[in-house]
Design a binder for this molecule. Structure first.
Ligand code: FBP
Length: 249
């Protein structure tokens, strides 16, 4: 079944604000006094006219009234993990499609670690999520990150392209992959993903100039947009930066 991406894209392009780092990285490494507050992030998403905001279940529940009022499309991330565990990665499932719909989500997100010892289980879990989401007309965004003992460079050409193609093969509508910095490699990844759209993660905070140059390369490579967090909400001027990024996208 083909689901509509109209609620989370504008003319085939998208800018998403990611805020799952509280669980994925922990507050100490990523947050300050301001951006520790989900309402500060929601305000950026609203004023910056983001195509979606990514929250885990707890924030989506506890701030639901404000999320709905903001009209920013909620992308509920259904699994997650802390960075306290070392070794082969696997995210715990913390919510499901039914809950996502109840919370007003316009799409669901799910992390797949290809190359992990647990890859088989992860892809099988994804299968259930994808099937149920599509039955309900909900788009699925897969965070696809090559990880595990065998992966020495998660953003090598080979791994980035493999992540992108995995998105198409497993039935994601959008695959979020990391960009290694080579535009030609990314163009090949976008091509490999076929009708599965590619959005790029932001990574650690960079200078504005460096980040905007990267955004230009990303969009020139044919990607559909970005799903970024730290580079925006760690910025001193998130809305001005958003405007510049939006113009490129
Ligand atoms: P950033 O733009 O802050 O890098 O966020 C993108 C993202 O995919 C988040 O959604 C996620 O929490 C994080 O990166 C995971 O990154 P990693 O697994 O490398 O720590």
């Amino acid at each position: 079944m083909k689901v509509s991406l109209n609620k989370i894209m504008t003319k085939g392009k998208a800018l998403y604000l990611a805020y799952d780092q509280g669980l994925e990285h922990g507050p100490e490494s990523d947050f300050n006094d301001k951006n520790v507050d989900p309402l500060y992030i929601l305000d950026i998403a609203k004023k910056g006219k983001y195509n979606g905001i990514v929250f885990h279940k707890g924030i989506a529940e506890k701030y639901n009234k404000e999320i709905r009022k903001s009209k920013v499309p909620l992308i509920l991330k259904l699994n997650g993990k802390t960075n306290l565990v070392t070794g082969e990665p696997k995210s715990a499932v913390i919510s499901n499609v039914k809950e996502a719909i109840k919370l007003g989500a316009k799409a669901v997100g799910f992390t797949i670690y290809i190359g992990s010892k647990y890859e088989e289980e992860i892809i099988e879990e994804f299968e259930g999520v994808q099937r149920e989401a599509h039955a309900k007309g909900l788009p699925v965004i897969a965070w696809i990150y090559p990880r595990g003992k065998k992966i020495t460079n998660d953003v090598s050409r080979e791994n980035m392209v493999y992540a992108a193609r995995t998105g198409l093969e497993v039935g994601a509508d959008i695959a979020k992959v990391k960009y290694g910095g080579n535009a030609e490699d990314l163009a090949w990844a976008v091509k490999s993903a076929g009708r599965c759209k590619i959005v790029i993660a932001g990574g650690v905070k960079k200078s504005e100039k460096e980040f905007l140059n990267q955004v230009r390369d990303i969009m020139d490579s044919g990607a559909s947009g970005l799903a970024i967090g730290r580079n925006i909400w760690q910025s001193k001027a998130p809305l001005e930066l958003t405007k510049k990024i939006r113009k490129i996208v």
